[in-house]
Structures are given as C-alpha cells and as structure tokens.
Write a protein that binds this ligand. Structure first.
Ligand SMILES: [Zn+2]
Length: 135
C-alpha cells in the first residue's frame, strides 16, 4: 500500500516542495480495495489503469457501464504496463466527462501505446467507463 501508485499520479506539493508520486494507499488504493467511489472521471480512469496493472478484472468490470460492459475480461499474458499520461480531463456536464490519455505497454517484447479519449458517465454517484475513441 505504500508503494507508488501504478497510475503515477503525483502529489500537489506546496510551493517549496517537489511533486512526488502518491502511494497506492493515498491514490487508487481506496477505490480498488475499499469500494470507495472515485470522485471524478480522471480518478476513475487512473484507477482502471491501476486495475489493468494489478489484473483486477472484477474492478474493471464493475466500473464499466452496463451498456458496454463485456461479459468477461482477459489480460494479455506477459503484458507489462509501463506508465500512464493523462492528457486532458473535460467535464461536459455534472455527469458526463471525457479523459484523454496515453498508456504505454510492452507486449511480447514490443512496446505499444494506447492513446484513447474515453467517455465516462456518473450514475447514482458513481463514475463508469462507457467507451472511447482510439487515436
Ligand atoms: Zn493511482
């Protein structure tokens, strides 16, 4: 829980301090392990990246909107996630948001990147991933 969070989010430091990676326990940990709802679409997106790193299919399915949720989820064997960069987080209205991100991955010895603008919706106080456009 004290390891840096897989999603790479940094602390918001006071002016005199440098940003440091947040520990898992202060970042995605509560969403993945304590059923705490992510407060915004970016936090949900980050927690879903962490869930891919940790191979938490249950969390990924639970945060997938029922209209687009697959029945099951498989992880590519041997895939290694290398990092996440959130490019933008745009709120359309109180319950709809888009997050653009780049996730880097190594699969079968080859580096790949996933660049996607994802759509999120909030229902009953919880954000869900709906779908996305890949670049
Ligand atoms: Zn995180």
């Amino acid at each position: 829980m004290n390891e840096p969070c897989p999603c790479g989010r940094a602390s918001q430091p006071a002016a005199s301090k440098r940003a440091e990676p947040l520990p898992f326990s202060a970042c995605c940990g509560p969403y993945l392990t304590q059923n705490v709802p992510a407060p915004d679409a970016e936090s949900l997106m980050r927690s879903r990246y962490s869930a891919f790193v940790l191979e938490r299919a249950d969390y990924l399915l639970a945060t997938w909107h029922v209209s687009t949720r697959p029945a099951t989820l498989d992880f590519a064997p041997g895939a290694k996630w290398l990092g996440l960069e959130v490019r933008s987080h745009t709120l359309q209205d109180a319950d709809h948001a888009e997050v653009e991100f780049v996730a880097r991955c190594r699969e079968a010895g080859r580096a790949t990147r996933l660049h996607e603008r994802s759509r999120f919706v909030r229902e009953s106080g919880r954000w869900f991933y709906v779908d996305g456009d890949q670049f």
